[in-house]
Ligand binder design. Structure first.
Ligand code: SF4
Ligand code: SF4
Ligand code: FES
Length: 321
């Protein structure tokens, strides 16, 4: 069996006795197949019983054991230690609590804020009486093609890894959060739900347009969910229900209009269509640089050769969506 020595540099903090966090190193022999959760448990059982971390299922299903491994949120019970050491080409792994949440002790963070936000977004089915039968004798069938729209979002285990990695959560207190907004989308497209498109209005109120599409939530999700995909689709629904008076929605429409007009992006009109005169003023320095370097084009663009086929393709794609 493959074995090697490894050092675990763990961020410690006990608010009852520490004034600030510090790192403590533990040396252990690790073997192929050993998970990070086993490492933490071994440290707690044999070296330092005061080490605090959360874990329940040990099967990557309860979402409780998420911690940062060399800066990346991961489920401790799913993380193979040898694989991580090989990936980082190192003998030392740094283990820290998740970001964007207050540390209660060592690797345990306070989930309350993240879960409260989820509660506020009403991420549960509110049955539509026109679709969902009132008696238990009747069924409400969901067809496979209907389920496909939101199936992957039902796999979320609430590990909060995406919330920890999210740039928008970090800068905007009001932002709904990646897994929370993805859940909102999940119900917005469930035919049994009474609110449907109205849910996009909730996402709008919780600043879903502040998502910067960094895709970090997709990178770190242990269930490969990509909450950002749900958020983008929820934004689309918000435009459909008429919430267009914001720079994000106008930006999307400006792209769309530009493609329909010429088949290419009209970078000169984009700031004007997105933010009006303010957009022009903000982009003036870049515009002047582009002009000087001969990169600026005319605001009236000649359609590309494949323009008509492209427009057809866009319309078909929109219908399929
Ligand atoms: S893509 Fe959006 S939701 Fe996902 S981490 Fe980035 S800002 Fe957050
Ligand atoms: S979307 Fe993925 S990363 Fe985010 S809470 Fe759910 S399972 Fe965890
Ligand atoms: S202990 Fe449940 S997901 Fe890791």
């Amino acid at each position: 069996m493959e074995k090697r020595e490894a050092t675990f540099r763990i961020k410690r903090f006990n608010p009852l006795k520490d004034t600030k966090p510090y790192y403590q190193e533990f040396k252990l022999t690790v073997f192929k197949g050993m998970t990070l959760l086993e490492v933490l448990q071994q440290i707690k059982d044999k070296i330092d019983p005061t080490l605090a971390f959360r874990a329940f299922c040990r099967s990557a299903i309860c979402g409780s054991c998420s911690v940062k491994v060399n800066g990346f949120p991961k489920l401790a019970c799913k993380t193979q230690v040898i694989t991580e050491l090989e990936k980082f080409k190192t003998d030392t792994l740094t283990i820290e609590p998740l970001d964007n949440m207050e540390v209660i002790r060592d690797l345990i963070v306070d989930w309350d804020g993240a879960l409260k936000k989820m509660e506020e977004l009403k991420p549960y089915l509110i049955p539509d009486p026109k679709v969902v039968p009132q008696t238990l004798e009747e069924e409400c069938k969901v067809l496979p093609q209907e389920l496909k729209k939101y199936d992957k979002f039902t796999d979320c285990i609430l590990c909060t890894s995406c919330f920890s990695a999210c740039t928008a959560v970090n800068i905007d207190e009001k932002y709904g959060g990646p897994f929370q907004l993805a859940r909102l989308y999940r119900f917005a497209v469930d035919k049994r739900d009474a609110l449907k498109g109205e849910r996009a209005k909730i996402g709008y109120a919780y600043n879903m347009w502040n998502c910067v599409r960094c895709e970090k939530c997709a990178d770190v999700c242990p269930k490969h969910i990509a909450p950002v995909d749900g958020i983008m689709k929820l934004r689309g629904i918000s435009i459909e229900v008429g919430l267009k008076d914001n720079p994000g929605a106008r930006h999307v429409e400006a792209f769309y209009k530009s493609l329909l007009e010429s088949g290419t992006l009209n970078e000169v009109l984009l700031p004007l269509r997105t933010k009006g005169i303010k957009g022009i003023i903000e982009n003036l320095p870049v515009g002047i640089k582009m002009l000087l370097k001969g990169k600026a084009h005319s605001p009236i663009l000649k359609p590309i050769k494949e323009h008509k086929s492209l427009v057809k393709l866009i319309k078909v794609a929109m219908e399929v969506e």
